[in-house]
Design a protein around this ligand. Structure first.
Ligand SMILES: [Zn+2]
Length: 250
């Protein structure tokens, strides 16, 4: 959609941010900080989830995030999946989940024993029924094994697979899996374009990964891609809204 001055008018949703205190870094991303970055960037709503170290220390952070989302109205809260593999609780107001190096070493090595846990089958079965997406971060071969166990569960691979391995390997593995999505956080424009060319525009989501990226910079990156505004709109909000069943508000 174009405005009177030719500027793009569309709702923009950031699909990947972290909120709250982080035990491991001793820092905190406040609600005010997220809203400030959103206002500076023209972002309407913000998907956010607790920091891993905080969620592992105290699972109640999930509840606190829900409370914050109810107050601000602009947050789209995701549930941090605890090490017990408890699926996203239904009817509480979570729109998705964050699966993060389950029982492994965060951002560095997967724990393959988790794939042998009998609870995993139950987790997948329940999650398929709940039908909300999971931002899923693990090493490539862990991710491959997990993905082979489900055809319908919607999985979002953050930063095009960076940290879990080489993005090009993730691309090769999941190119033809229609239930696998990717977010653009921290990736180079060239890599994002490569993904768009190979998987299409419908499975790519804009994300900033605050505090590891900034919303303004990450958004500028997507807005500068050599693609049409209709395609940008898919990446900036439509794909995510479709995934989580969210109404358009612009
Ligand atoms: Zn992140």
């Amino acid at each position: 959609m174009m405005g009177a001055q030719g500027q793009i008018i569309m709702e923009i949703i950031d699909s990947h941010t972290h909120w709250g205190p982080s035990v491991s870094t001793g820092t905190e991303v406040t609600t005010q900080e997220l809203l400030k970055q959103a206002d500076q960037s023209g972002v309407g709503r913000i998907v956010t989830f607790p920091f891993p170290s905080m969620a592992l220390a105290d699972e109640k952070i999930n509840e606190r995030l829900l409370g914050e989302a109810n107050r601000t109205k602009r947050f789209i809260p995701y549930y941090y999946i605890p090490e017990t593999m408890k699926p996203i609780p239904e009817g509480k107001g979570f729109y998705g989940g964050k699966w993060h190096w389950m029982r492994g070493i965060q951002d560095s090595s997967s724990n393959y024993e988790a794939l042998k846990d009998p609870k995993l089958e139950e987790f997948i079965e329940t999650s398929e029924k709940i039908d909300l997406p999971l931002v899923f971060e693990e090493e490539l071969s862990f991710t491959e094994t997990f993905v082979r166990k489900t055809k319908s569960l919607k999985i979002i691979i953050p930063h095009l697979g960076m940290l879990g391995g080489n993005p090009m390997d993730f691309l090769r593995s999941f190119k033809s899996s229609e239930n696998i999505y990717f977010d653009t956080a921290l990736a180079s424009p060239d890599t994002v374009m490569r993904f768009i060319k190979e998987v299409g525009h419908e499975r790519i989501l804009f994300g900033s990964d605050i505090p590891f990226g900034t919303m303004k910079w990450e958004l500028e990156k997507v807005l500068s891609l050599p693609i049409g505004d209709d395609k940008k709109e898919l990446i900036l909000s439509k794909n995510l809204r479709r995934l989580i069943g969210l109404e358009q508000i612009v």
